[in-house]
Design a protein around this ligand. Structure first.
Ligand code: GLC
Length: 729
């Protein structure tokens, strides 16, 4: 439909019709087995169901076609209903959770993964996904760190931009892409105490320098939507925050798409103490520029009255409605309201989609320890032990449209690789301690102790039979994601007991950790001969993990979030400030910024990861020692594979601005390149440093660089390497 026709349609719509285009209701209003991802409010009124502009949480071409046919037949202007769904890291083929995808340090792979997700979701009638989550996360206590790509603003920027490109492609009208939604705007990951939905206190400087960066880069790729976050920022809920939404998002970032609230976030301004009642919340949401009210009921109940009372200008309403109509138009829904609703087409997992997923699993795995080259495994007798040894539940809590049945477990993959007589498996213990709490329930298992005594006895006998034990431990998938904040980052006690008991058998232990967040792994490190983080790997989890365990693929993942010595260090991030009393590298130093009982940095830092081969970095070189703002400097290093296996190195460029009008971090990631080298091969890796990379939010409240001295590292993690220096004139 062309612009004039859209405007004519808008003009012809009744006030009620306009208001309802700004209302999103749960898919449960249309279908019993909808996925509910928020607090339900009970059935909506008939007119709301008949006229609501969009719904979420349902998929499947057959049922959505039936829903769309009925909806359009009843709609006065036959405006199509929009179907939205959380396709976060997979629809049918579930990929590694985003924290694992980030660990690939491969935006192109992540873009291809988003393309695959979009293809599968669009074939199931989905028009829009609520992804990418571009929230910067420095606090492992916050369970939603699993849905992010971690603590670094540059890596998050590259990954979020890649996901928007992958989801949307070049033309939203084609039936292999879906509208993207950058979320949660803004700074949701900075929740105080790591407690979900909590307030965030951020200076303008920290907000702009760190937390807004990835949203801004993703918005440059023109996502169809942005979603507001649940948190308040410096005391004002994001969903009613006019400065954040109208000044920064719309004016500065130039976002022209649809701004949708998070689930019930408009109404929750009452709980925040920012809105008197639902009518006031509806007003505050509109004034802030929220176009669609997801499931709070405030817009459907009060917006028409607010317009009739002249409190909400009709111009403001029309602008919001036109943005929603434009989105439907960009999706081609006016020409083809049944796109993706071909009853004969349902997305299936293909060899190609499995291959892509399997490669991403292997590339996401981070090898943390490999004492005495325990890995890769040889032809020894192997016991696969632990609650993750033989489970198909390798997806996250945000992969509900995927079927566990399609997942390849570690044990199934091992059974394809090894002769039956050479492998055995045992669960060894329950996943969780007796009264563990997950997002939605307390799991209390009667006769829990008896169960675990039996499981342990079986595991010990299997371990005594084996040469090597692959111990598959981790957090339950329901212990990361929304509303899963924790004050402990330790593995469940019952799993640690299993580890200690297996250690007593004297066998080699390869520990695999399945998790959606950084964990405390110091004790696990001491007791393991090899240690790998496998995240929540999804459908091809078992295959990807066995490809790495057997050496078919050398591990190349790098951490995207700091793994602490202890939770007491949280929030923890590598790009910290030096302080006026920096702790010396080689010791405590009196009167310095340190803990009496812990290191300042991480047990395993951002960017860290091992390979089965080894790499040597030659001396880094700079093409010049000074540069004007109009010049560039090339930083180069030769990297050699000094081992006997092919491997991938993630070469990282870090920069430090020594002196500025504001204090500057001890180093920050400025670029990265992943290279693959055969044994003995050498490659020169170069990065171009330009003035734009040196800009920051200065004391003048501007994005600019400042003359002065800079340090540069080219290395393989955020802690090591020797710096070079250059001067910006
Ligand atoms: C949830 C989440 C958000 C999700 C939305 C729709 O509460 O916060 O990430 O996209 O509701 O399911």
């Amino acid at each position: 439909m062309d612009k004039k026709a859209l405007e004519a349609l808008l003009k012809d719509m009744s006030l009620e019709e306009k208001v309802m285009q700004l209302v999103q209701i749960s898919g449960a209003e249309y279908e019993a087995d909808a996925e509910i991802t928020g607090v339900e409010r009970g059935q909506v009124k008939d007119n709301v169901k008949r006229l609501a502009g969009s719904t979420l949480g349902i998929w499947g071409s057959k049922s959505l076609r039936r829903i769309q046919e009925q909806y359009m037949s009843e709609h006065p202007h036959h405006i199509p209903l929009m179907f939205m769904l959380d396709v976060i890291h997979g629809h049918k083929t579930v990929l590694p959770c985003p924290l694992g995808q980030g660990a690939t340090f491969d935006p192109d792979a992540v873009r291809k993964g988003a393309e695959l997700q979009a293809r599968e979701a669009a074939a199931d009638g989905v028009h829009a996904t609520f992804s990418p989550m571009a929230d910067l996360c420095r606090d492992a206590r916050w369970g939603r760190i699993m849905e992010s790509t971690g603590e670094d603003k540059l890596l998050n920027s590259r990954m979020a931009a890649a996901m928007v490109e992958g989801y949307q492609g070049k033309d939203l009208k084609d039936n292999a892409h879906v509208a993207a939604c950058v979320k949660h705007f803004a700074a949701y990951g900075a929740a105080e105490g790591g407690r979900d939905y909590n307030n965030t206190e951020l200076s303008e400087h920290t907000l702009r320098e760190y937390y807004l960066r990835a949203y801004g880069e993703a918005i440059k790729k023109k996502p169809a939507m942005v979603m507001t976050s649940f948190n308040s920022i410096n005391g004002i809920p994001a969903t009613g925050n006019r400065i954040l939404m109208r000044k920064i998002l719309r004016e500065e970032f130039g976002f022209q798409g649809v701004l949708i609230s998070d689930w019930a976030a408009v109404g929750e301004m009452i709980n925040h103490g920012y809105a008197e009642d639902q009518r006031d919340a509806a007003l505050k949401g509109m004034l802030a520029g929220v176009d669609i009210d997801m499931c709070s009921g405030c817009y459907s109940a009060h917006l028409e009255g607010l317009v009739n009372a002249g409190i909400v200008p009709i111009k403001m309403l029309n602008e919001a409605v036109l943005r929603v109509l434009n989105m439907k138009n960009d999706l081609g829904l006016f020409e083809d309201p049944f796109r993706g609703l071909d009853a004969d087409v349902t997305p299936v997992i293909t060899e190609e989609s499995r291959r892509l997923a399997r490669e991403m699993v292997a590339a996401s795995i981070v090898l943390l320890e490999n004492k005495g080259k325990t890995l890769p495994l040889g032809k020894e007798k192997i016991a696969f032990v632990g609650p993750y040894a033989d489970t198909k539940k390798l997806q996250s809590s945000w992969a509900f449209s995927g079927d566990d049945e399609n997942t390849v477990s570690v044990w199934e993959a091992a059974s394809e690789v090894y002769e039956a007589e050479n492998i055995k498996s045992a669960a060894g213990c329950t996943m969780l301690d007796q009264d563990a709490v997950t997002a939605r329930e307390i799991r209390h298992i009667d006769n829990w102790q008896d169960i675990n005594n039996c499981l342990l006895a079986e595991a010990i006998s299997v371990a005594e039979w084996a040469d090597t034990v692959v111990l598959c431990l981790g957090e339950d998938m329901a212990q990361s994601g929304e509303a899963t904040s924790k004050v402990s980052l330790r593995l469940p006690a019952v799993q640690m007991q299993l580890l200690h008991e297996i250690k007593k058998t004297g066998k080699k232990i390869v520990t695999l950790v399945f998790t959606g967040r950084p964990l405390e792994l110091m004790e696990v490190r001491e007791l393991s001969d090899a240690l790998m983080v496998c995240w929540l790997p999804g459908t091809e989890g078992g295959h990807g993990i066995l490809d790495v365990l057997t050496g078919k693929v050398s591990p190349s993942g790098r951490l995207t979030a700091s793994f602490p010595y202890t939770v007491g260090q949280e929030p923890l991030h590598y790009d910290m400030y030096p302080t006026g009393r920096p702790k010396p590298e080689n010791g405590p130093g009196p009167y310095t910024s340190r803990y009496l009982d812990c290191e300042n940095g991480a047990l395993y830092p951002f960017g860290y990861g091992l390979s089965y081969t080894s790499f040597s970095y030659g001396d880094a070189r700079l093409s010049a020692q000074t540069m004007s703002p109009y010049e560039t400097i090339t930083a180069s290093v030769t990297v050699k594979n000094t081992g006997d296996r092919k491997g991938s190195a993630t070469v990282q460029l870090y920069i430090r601005d020594i002196t500025g009008s504001r204090v500057r971090p001890i180093r920050e990631l400025a670029d990265f390149k992943k290279i693959s080298l055969e044994p003995g091969a050498v490659e020169e890796v170069s990065f171009v440093i330009n003035e734009e990379m040196l800009r920051f939010w200065t004391a003048e409240e501007k994005w600019e660089s400042e003359p002065g001295k800079f340090q540069v590292w080219i290395c393989d993690n955020s802690r090591d390497g020797k710096p070079l220096e250059f001067q910006l004139s």
